[in-house]
Design a protein. Sequence first.
Length: 355
Amino acid sequence: MATPLRRYAFINAKLRARISKLLPESNLLQMMRVYSLEEALSFLRDSPYHILDDIYRKTGDLKLGELELLREEIGIYIEVQKYVQDDTRTVIQALLQQYEIDNLKNALRIYFDRNIRKRDIDAAFLYLLRDKILHDIPIERIVNAENFNEIVQALSATPYGAIIEKHSDSVISDGTLFRLEIALDHYYYSSLVSAVESLDSRDKKKAQRIIGVEIDLVNINWIIRFKQFYNLPLEEVMSFMIPGGFHISEELFKDVYTSQAPMRILQDIVRSDYPGLETLLSSQATDSLSRLFLIERVLEQVLLHETRRMLLGYPFTIGIVLSYFIFKKNEIKKVRAILNAKQYRIPEERIKDLI
């Protein structure tokens, strides 16, 4: 069996070099301060995101540029697979499933709009990814299906057909994809947690911690959304929670959901486990939507805090691979958020609240 040094020496050097070249915070601040989308795009011309500026100048369509950026983001995972051994490659493939599932969700939403809500879907259909990620997903068959049975048949050779078949009745009866989408998310995290089990003890410990923190954050985010917008019974909410979290117990989730002040409980968690992030909670968010944005920002910072900590210490672990993916995804999310904000003339201070 290869030693950790031999397993990760090359990819460690390669990815640390890439992490050092992530966009400086000053670049993002400059993009926020300019007036127009065109000016913001100009800051990306000499960066890995130049494709956004190139496509926008040719087409005037930012979403086409974002679609190409998605292809490049997926390509990062596919490229890194070439430099790691089989057990780490299995984890990367499990991570890639999130992109496949998100694209499938988008196709299902468009089908739902066309078939159930009788809406025009031509504009949305243009921005669906058709490329194969892991499985053959016949996007056009899904969007143009006449019923869920056709979608199940189209996906019969993938893990998703059985999930859709199981939840098709609830989609029709509830008039929403809500429970189906949660089931797909459960499948993704279950597959990821299972993939991590194949790692050696050092790698497994690193991966379980960072994935467990992400699961905690997804669960907290869901609970607060369910409380504010859906008013679901506690038992049903708890059935939606993803197992495998790192910090937060089932009892604490129940406390968050039943509390009249869930923000206060979140503050206690941050003060206890992440005291350096406490100042983020000082913002005086007044309405429910602002509080939700604040919670999301805090949770993202918690994940980044854990990611930076993962890079410390012994360098030759899967931590470098996971850290690079998280840092890059965070950078892409910020770039997209700023550009979309500029397109809709959202002021600088509001953009800062969003990212």
